[in-house]
Design a protein around this ligand. Structure first.
Ligand code: 13P
Length: 257
């Protein structure tokens, strides 16, 4: 069974005290009504991870980083290594977010190195894929995501996939309020399972958790999360407020068998 995951990507929002407050609010909701069938994870900015790790300690809220360097250490000004993330209390890392690809020019070989290094360091990975609007309009969605699976996950074996979750985030749906319809998302999620089978090994696709991301809100969460191949959500805007994030967690609980 693939347990649902609701993950909040805070992006570049919240100072340390604001982040601590938000995390406290999420932890308190978790304690009042612990979700039985849904994992909850938060990804604050690097600078807040250490403080927030104290807040989530002893709770079921998973904590991770939004990015990571492709080397263990070295002359990489401004970068953060996997051991640093772990020493701050992070257990998860987002890799290959479309904002990293677009604004920071991360390419497949860099993403592949980051994924391998994260897994080697026992960080669990959320690997993001997705097409731009232009690519969708040219009917290239399947080619693009297959290519991302093929090159970003190069050399990975079935055992690595136990610690990796895929997030399908169509770029045109991120921060735009334009969500993929449940049917559009479902179609690509099913395709991604086949892509994982083709690239990694037969049978791995159906065991891999695949989240949807892109304007997930309390209003559309249930429709998306009830699709058979959608195992959760990677939430941006709606995770910045504990109440709306929590409604999405509850939607996941409601649709989980
Ligand atoms: P929004 O939910 O704000 O569209 O962001 C999605 C996202 O990029 C999560 O990683």
């Amino acid at each position: 069974m693939r347990k649902k995951v609701i993950a909040g990507n805070w992006k570049m929002h919240k100072t340390i005290p604001e982040g601590v407050r938000l995390a406290k609010s999420i932890v308190s909701k978790m304690e009042k009504k612990p979700p039985a069938k849904t994992e909850v994870q938060i990804f604050p900015p690097y600078i807040s991870i250490s403080a927030i790790s104290q807040v989530v300690k002893g709770s079921k809220v998973g904590l991770g980083a939004q990015n990571m360097a492709w080397e263990e250490q070295g002359a990489l000004t401004g970068e953060i290594s996997p051991t640093m993330i772990k020493s701050a209390g992070g257990k998860y890392v987002l890799i290959g977010h479309s904002e990293r690809r677009a604004y920071f020019k991360e390419d497949a070989s860099m993403i592949n190195k980051k994924i391998k290094l994260a897994l080697k360091n026992k960080l669990k990975v959320i690997h993001c894929v997705g097409e731009t609007l232009e690519e969708r309009e040219q009917n290239l969605t399947r080619d693009i995501v297959l290519n991302q699976i093929e090159w970003d996950l190069k050399d990975l074996k079935a055992e690595h996939m136990r610690n990796l979750v895929i997030a399908y985030e169509p770029v045109w749906a991120i921060g735009t309020g334009k969500t993929a319809t449940p049917a559009q998302a479902q179609e690509i999620h099913a395709f991604l399972r086949d892509a994982v089978d083709a690239v990694i090994a037969e049978g791995v696709g159906k065991k891999t958790r695949i989240l949807y991301g892109g304007s997930v809100k309390p209003e559309n969460a249930e429709g998306l999360l009830s699709q058979p191949d959608i195992d959760g959500a990677l939430v941006g805007g709606a995770c910045l407020e504990a109440g709306s994030f929590w409604k999405i967690v509850q939607a996941a609980e409601k649709v989980s068998k």
